[in-house]
Structure formats: C-alpha cells, structure tokens
Design a protein around this ligand. Structure first.
Ligand code: BES
Ligand code: ZN
Ligand code: MN
Length: 498
C-alpha cells in the first residue's frame, strides 16, 4: 500500500472514500471542527445520522454515505471512536484497520483518512498508516478457489490540518513497521510442510540480503561441535534438520556505551509435543510455534531501514519437535551449551530448551541486553488470555523501557513476577535442572528456566502464546497471525540512547 499525506481540504481529495472518526456525543460536548465542516458540506448528514439514533459514535460503529454532497469522493465513511477522552493512537490504529477492511469489501482501492486536532500529531498519522496496512493484510495465499474477492487497498491518504516533516517521517516509519509486521505474519502463516527449519533459514537469508543485513546459519554439525545439546535434543526426532539463524544489524556510528541488543525468537516450525505427544485437537495451530522467531526477523527487516544507533543481533533457533525412533525421551539428560545439564521430563517443553542454548550463544556473541520472544506456554493464556503479552524480566529498568516501547507501539503487554521463590519448583534429582515444574505457575517456571541461562545479563522474556494468533477475525484484523512484538521491539531499538 502506498501512503500519502496532505493538508489539502478534505472535500477536494480525489479518492474512492473519505473516512472520518466521530465520537460519542456527551452532554455539552461540541463536535470537532472537521465533523462540523463535513456536516455543513453534506447538508446536515452527520447531524441527521446522530439524530436517527442509528449511530452513536461507539467504538467501531460505522455508517457509509454514497455521493456525499460537497465532497469530491464518492463515499463518506464515518467510524465511531468511542469517548474522545479515552481515544488515542492505539484506538486510531484499529479504526484505520477497520476502515481498510470495510472499504476494500466495497471495492475501494484507495481511501483518505481525515484526522483532526487533538488527534493529528505525528504519532496519530503513523498509527493511521500502520492500522490501514495491518488491516489490509489477508491470509489467503494458498486458496485457489473461493478466494477473497476483496482486492488490496492500493493507496492511503492521511489528511491533516497541517503537515510537518515530523508527520512525513512518522508515516514513513509507520509504513515500514507495518510492512515488517506483515512480513512476520506471512512467515507464521506458512504451514509446517512448506516451512521446515531450513526453509525458514532461507527466507531469513533472502530478507537479509534484500535489506543489507548480515546472515549466518549454523547447521547441525556446527551446533554439535559447539555443544548445543539442548537444541539438538529437540531436533532429534525430526527428519527436517535444525538451524540456528543469526541476522546482524550494525549501525554506521554506534551510540557510545557499547550496548549490543540480542533478540531471540523461538522457531519451532511445528510442535507435536514430541514423545510427550499433544492431543490432536487444535494441533494444526502449532505451525505458529515459530512466531517468536518470525517476529525478531520482522524486527530486523524494519531496523535495516530505520537504522537505530545500536547493534542488534537476532538469533532464531529453528527446529521441528516430532516423535519418532530417534526422538528424545522423557527422562533423557542433555548437556546445554552453558555446560549445565537438563533432565527432559516433558518433551513438549521444548521451547525453553532451544532458547537456553541460543541465550548462551547470544552472550558469547557479546550481546549486553537480551529480549526473547516465544510462544512458550499454554499457562500464559490461562493467566492473561488472548489480550496481553506476558512480560518477565531480571531487570526492572530494562523491563520498564520495554513496556514504554510497547505502549508507544499500541501493543498490550503485562508484567509478571519472577522472584527466586519460584526456583524451588525447578529441582531435578538427576541433573542440574528439570525442563518443567509442576502444574502451577507454568508460565513463570518456564521463564525461571530461561533465567538460569541468562544469569546476570539484563533480559526480558515475552510469552506470546496467547497473542501471536488471532482466533476470530476482528473488524480491523484477519484471523490468524498477528505479528505482535514487531513494533515494540523496533521501538525499543530505535529509542536506545546509550
Ligand atoms: N508451544 C507450546 C505452548 C503453546 C500452547 C503455544 C498453546 C501456543 C498455544 C509449548 O511448547 C508447550 O507445549 N508448552 C507446554 C509446557 C508444559 C509441557 C510444561 C504447555 O504449555 O502445555
Ligand atoms: Zn512449543
Ligand atoms: Mn511444546
């Protein structure tokens, strides 16, 4: 989707539709200047719409007017923004997505989103672009019949009272972030037969060469030489060989301070559970168990274009977790790259095993700060549902910076506890540590396991098992992969001061 930005009067914009946000009308509240202007141009259509009671301005309510008088555009779409007092860029992002999805269903190939004070800052313009590009995305790549008739939106025009260089830049950045998030969603959407670990590695390599990033792939032999016993144990059951994908971004002039951010993403291209086999209900969804890996690759794609001041290295341990004659068994003991031994009590707790070796390797590569992203536990879905990403950390200051980046991105995240008392749940009689605790607090013991390998490096763990996949389509987003964390981690990297 092409994005344009203009301060031209909205009635003069040539496009298939003009979209406008209208709020709930509370006692004594005046309509915004833009709403009043369009009401005048359309001879009172907006006033009549409210008076009819059909439209109250509630969040995501819509009404469409054909041939609005006074506008050059053949359609006027109004979308409810809810209460103006609780409106912001996060809400605007969703409305822009809903507008894109609704309008392309009506055959529109372009639309203008008209913004008005106080929602006309650069962050709002960026959110409009992001929302429209994310909303336009579909997952019908493999349909040859009954394919969605809706053609993509080709052009978005953000209409503002005044355009500054800050607005131009914000829209460009928003477009890059949303396109990178869609790149992540494309990877997650691939079925496991078409995207085994080596194909994921190839896609990473292609992306890296397209955007001028370094890419290195460690194969099974190299990982065996290094001693990545935990990662290789998970890979043992599959005919599809594993890969450790490493993508590097290096700034031209790095900020002082010597920080080096490591982004780790769980890349299980399919999780059957292994010998601790999962039930067959919903198992097809486990193709999204590489969403963390796809996310950090999406972040790198964005950073290559947005050029933060710190070096960032992405590491994606990519494996398939399968049962089979060579698969690892419950009770197996593996030696990790760190030297610590792990008793594999449950082969379905595989994400933490592959991440343990990737974390140790990231530290060896010189990363001073680590963030891992993983569809790690069903337990995080029990704790936070499908709404918030679970955030775990060994460093309050770093965690707060990540949470600030997530708020600016409009991605919901919630801090979870990680104090040492939970470590008592991770005791093995036969090795240094087991790979699972008991039933309770499963998302926390999983994070605690990772922490044993992170040690003192400032680190944040994001559990996206509940948020990386959208079970039912929303007005602003297709069912399936969400690409969550791409915008947050890009923001975090770009906001690095030292
Ligand atoms: N990939 C799963 C976690 C998951 C569950 C992601 C549901 C998305 C939706 C992970 O590898 C797993 O199987 N975790 C187990 C851990 C358990 C064996 C301690 C789980 O959550 O059940
Ligand atoms: Zn898994
Ligand atoms: Mn599993």
């Amino acid at each position: 989707m092409e994005t344009q930005i203009t301060a031209a009067p909205v009635e003069t914009v040539e496009t298939d539709a003009v979209a406008l946000v209208l709020f709930e009308r509370e006692e004594g509240q005046e309509p915004t200047p833009l709403a009043r202007k369009i009401d005048q141009l359309t001879a009172g259509w907006i006033g009549d719409l409210y008076a009819s009671g059909e439209f109250k301005g509630k969040t995501l309510e819509t009404a469409l007017c054909y041939r609005p008088s006074g506008l050059r555009s053949p359609r006027l779409l109004v979308i409810g923004g809810g209460k103006a007092g609780s409106f912001g860029h996060a809400e605007l992002r969703r409305l822009a997505g809903a507008a894109a999805r609704l309008l392309k269903g009506k055959g529109c190939r372009s639309f203008a989103l008209a913004l008005d004070a106080p929602f006309d800052a650069p962050e709002h313009a960026a959110a409009a672009a992001e929302g429209a590009i994310l909303g336009d995305y579909e997952t019908d790549r493999y349909k040859t019949q009954d394919k969605d008739e809706r053609k993509p939106i080709e052009r978005l025009i953000v209409v503002l009272p005044a355009v500054t260089a800050g607005h131009e830049q914000a829209v460009m950045r928003g477009r890059i972030l949303a396109e990178s998030q869609n790149f992540t969603r494309d990877l997650v959407n691939e079925p496991a037969n078409l995207l085994p670990p080596l194909v994921l590695a190839e896609r990473a390599r292609q992306m890296a060469s397209e955007y001028g990033l370094e890419c290195e792939i460690l194969d099974r032999e190299r990982m065996a030489q290094l001693g990545m016993g935990a990662l290789l144990g998970v890979a043992a059951g599959s005919q599809n060989p594993p890969a450790l994908i490493i993508v590097r971004y290096k700034p031209d002039t790095p900020a002082p301070g010597g920080a080096h951010l490591g982004l780790l993403g769980k890349g299980v291209t399919f999780d059957t559970g292994g010998i601790s086999l999962k039930p067959s209900d919903n198992m097809e969804k486990m193709k999204y168990d590489m969403a963390g890996g796809a996310s950090v690759l999406g972040v790198m794609r964005a950073l290559a274009q947005l050029k933060p001041a710190i070096p960032v290295t992405a590491l994606v341990p990519a494996v398939e977790n399968m049962p089979g004659g060579r698969a690892q068994r419950p009770g197996d003991i593996v030696t990790t790259l760190s030297g610590k031994t792990v008793e594999v009590l449950n082969t379905d707790a595989e994400g933490r095993l592959i991440l343990a070796d990737a974390i140790t390797y990231a530290k060896r590569l010189g990363c001073t700060h680590l963030v891992d992203v993983a569809t790690l536990t069903g337990a995080i879905v029990v704790a936070l549902g499908y709404v918030n990403v679970g955030v775990f950390s060994n460093n309050d200051e770093f965690r707060d910076r990540l949470l600030a980046a997530s708020r600016a991105a409009g991605e919901k995240m919630w801090p979870m506890p990680l104090d040492d008392e939970y470590k008592e749940m991770l005791k093995s009689a036969f090795a240094d540590i087991p790979n699972v605790g008991n039933r309770w607090g499963g998302a926390i013991t999983a994070a605690m396991f990772l922490k044993e390998f992170v040690e003192n490096t400032p680190w944040v763990h994001l559990d996206i098992a509940g948020t990386a996949w959208l079970e039912d389509a929303k007005p602003y987003m297709a069912k399936g992969p969400t690409g969550v964390t791409v915008r947050t981690l890009a923001n975090l990297s770009l906001s690095w001061k030292s």
